[in-house]
Each structure stands twice: as structure tokens, then as C-alpha cells.
Design a binder for this molecule. Structure first.
Ligand SMILES: Nc1nc2c(ncn2[C@@H]2O[C@H](COP(=O)(O)OP(=O)(O)OP(=O)(O)O)[C@@H](O)[C@H]2O)c(=O)[nH]1
Ligand SMILES: [Mg+2]
Length: 321
């Protein structure tokens, strides 16, 4: 007797949750690529980022989204709108929370986490709960955490995992494959990894370094615009992942870091240009890895007052649609 082949499945999944819970780290872990920038600061991701995982029996198209929070200011409001909008467009929701317990071992679920879960419930979509950062939680604390969250929503599945270390990510991916709908065919060709152009990724890699290297308000006052992406000296070779086969040679990139005040510009440039040099060097090294070729990266800093409050600026920077 031959065993019946399981049906092929394919669908869209929104990864949502409070800022900083590890959404982007998980997307990168599942895809094995640094598609979404990551920093220890909340509100790192500003737009939604598609990452497509293709397996033998299923395709899971994941949207990483900005963190759900009570937003103040046009930029943050727009970010939350993007996340909520994405919830309404997908087949399955993957809601992430942190595996945190209080000092006395009691499970703590904050006001904003409850609100995020309410939004997930309102979407009416099948929702998987991912309990993130399990590497930080003592094992015995996980069961009460799982129980507490089970009480808040009828989750389709509950999976503790660590995006950083990779623990249980396979289990989570299996759960996602089980819950996306049956489908006649894949949603994307098997070699598609993301919807982000290399130009956009370049801007994000620079912004990642701004977020990692600077302090206080600078990470939130900065945006990056790629003004030039010159591939004329890039060589065609087989094997480049992001580039449909291009690898080797040189890409010249010029990018502008926008900040909101002169004082912020001075900090981003640093003493004798030291800060800008560090940002540029780190971003260039990461870009060379991504693009599989040498990169020449020229960075400039410019001031545009209150860009984060203006719809036109958000649009120009790819944050608004
Ligand atoms: N220990 C531990 N840290 C993690 C894990 N996943 C993410 N982090 C860290 O948590 C911080 C935030 O991770 P991100 O992936 O940027 O979180 P996010 O949910 O995308 O955050 P926003 O884009 O701001 O909403 C970073 O410092 C990560 O290294 C994990 O599984 N374990
Ligand atoms: Mg993120």
C-alpha cells in the first residue's frame, strides 16, 4: 500500500509582536540571510519585509513587521499601521512574545503585550504563539509561561524558541507549514528570497550601523537614502544569492544619512569623522558579504528638520506607501 502524499501548502504569515521581541532575528534565522536589520533597541524595523522560505512540501512567505506599540509621532504611527495592515492580509499570524518571568518567578504579561494579542485576536486569523528568547529563560519557567499565554487566546500552536541560538526554530517552521493553507502551487518561484531590492538592503545595512553605533535619540532621528547604486563594474558569475547570479567585481554605493538637527549631524560624523568612518566600514563589510563583491560606500550626513513627522519625507524614505 502506498502512503498518500501530504497536500502541498503555501501561504503568507505575518510575524508580529511588541518591539524588540526578536521578530527580525527569527526571519533571518529561518532564511539563513541577514534580510532584516537587528539591534538591541526597540523600533528597529520600520517597514514590512518579505522573506520566502521554500521547502519540498510547502512554501511559507513571512512578513517581518514593525513592533506593535502605543505609537507617538507620525513615523511610529505609520509603523504600527503597517504591522496591523499586514495582520489583515495574511493567512496565518505568528505572534511573538518574550519568555520573561519576574524576579519571583511569576509570569508577567504587560499591558502592551495584552493589547498586541487583542489585535491578533481581532484579525480572526489562525495564530501561532512563538515564545521568543527561550535561551534566556530557565527551562522550568517555560511551562507556566505557556499556560499563562494559553489563557489569553485560542492559539493554533504554542512554540518556545530562540531565534538567536536556533533552538526549536525547526519546530516553529513545521508548525507554520502545517497551518498555511493547501495550495495548488507555490506563491513565488523557488529562488525568490525577498521583495527587498539590493538598494533598499544597502540603506537598511547603513541604518543598522547607525542604530548600533550611536546613542540616545540618534537612532530614532536617522533615516538612510541610497542615492547611487552603480553596478557597472560588477561581474557576472554564477552563485550570487541576492543578485540572480551576479558575483565579483565592485558596486559603488552613495548614501545619505538624514538626521533632524545639526547637533545630531555632528554626533553621526564624530570627532574627525571617526563615527561616520566606523558606520561606513561596518556597513560596507556586511554589504560585501551580502552582495558577494567589493563595495565602495560613500556616506554623507544631511539635516532635514522633522523628517519623521512629514508624510512626504516618510514616503521618500520608503516608510510610507
Ligand atoms: N537572548 C536572545 N536575544 C535575542 C533573541 N532574538 C533576538 N534577540 C535580541 O533581541 C534584540 C531585538 O531583536 P530584533 O530581532 O531586532 O527584534 P524585533 O522584534 O525585530 O524588534 P523591532 O524591529 O524593534 O520590533 C536584539 O538585540 C537581538 O539580538 C533570542 O532568541 N535570544
Ligand atoms: Mg525588527
Amino acid at each position: 500500500m502506498t502512503k498518500k502524499k501530504p497536500p502541498y501548502r503555501a501561504g503568507f504569515v505575518a510575524i508580529v509582536g511588541r518591539p524588540n521581541v526578536g521578530k527580525s532575528t527569527l526571519l533571518n534565522r529561518i532564511l539563513g540571510e541577514h534580510l532584516a536589520i537587528v539591534s538591541p533597541r526597540p523600533q528597529t524595523t520600520r517597514t514590512r519585509i518579505l522573506g520566502v522560505w521554500t521547502g519540498p512540501n510547502a512554501q511559507v512567505a513571512l512578513f517581518d513587521t514593525p513592533g506593535l506599540h502605543k505609537a507617538k509621532g507620525a513615523l511610529n504611527r505609520r509603523m504600527v499601521e503597517v504591522a496591523l495592515q499586514t495582520l489583515s492580509e495574511v493567512d496565518v499570524v505568528l505572534c511573538l512574545v518574550e519568555a520573561g518571568t519576574g524576579p519571583d518567578g511569576r509570569v508577567e504579561i504587560g499591558e502592551s503585550t495584552r493589547w498586541a494579542i487583542e489585535e491578533v485576536a481581532k484579525s480572526g486569523k489562525p495564530a501561532i504563539l512563538g515564545i521568543s528568547k527561550m535561551d534566556r529563560a530557565p527551562r522550568p519557567s517555560l511551562l507556566p509561561v505557556i499556560d499563562a499565554y494559553r489563557g489569553l487566546h485560542a492559539w493554533a500552536d504554542v512554540v518556545p524558541f530562540s531565534g538567536l541560538k536556533g533552538d526549536n526554530v525547526e519546530v516553529l517552521l513545521e508548525a507554520l507549514q502545517r497551518h498555511v493553507p493547501e495550495s495548488e502551487e507555490a506563491l513565488f518561484p523557488p529562488d525568490v528570497l525577498t521583495d527587498q531590492a539590493e538598494r533598499q538592503l544597502a540603506a537598511e545595512y547603513v541604518r543598522e550601523q547607525v542604530m548600533l553605533q550611536t546613542r540616545e535619540e540618534i537612532p530614532y532621528a536617522a533615516a538612510v537614502e541610497v542615492e547611487e547604486f552603480d553596478e557597472s563594474d560588477r561581474r557576472e558569475q554564477s552563485g550570487g544569492k541576492q543578485s540572480g547570479g551576479k558575483q565579483g567585481g565592485l558596486v559603488r554605493i552613495a548614501a545619505r544619512i538624514w538626521v533632524e538637527r545639526d547637533s545630531q549631524k555632528a554626533i553621526v560624523i564624530g570627532k574627525g569623522g571617526a563615527m561616520l568612518k566606523t558606520i561606513g566600514t561596518r556597513a560596507r563589510e556586511n554589504l560585501e558579504r551580502l552582495l558577494g563583491c567589493k563595495v565602495f560606500l560613500a556616506l554623507h550626513v544631511a539635516v532635514e528638520e522633522k523628517w519623521s513627522e512629514r508624510a512626504s519625507a516618510l514616503k521618500k524614505l520608503g516608510i510610507s506607501t
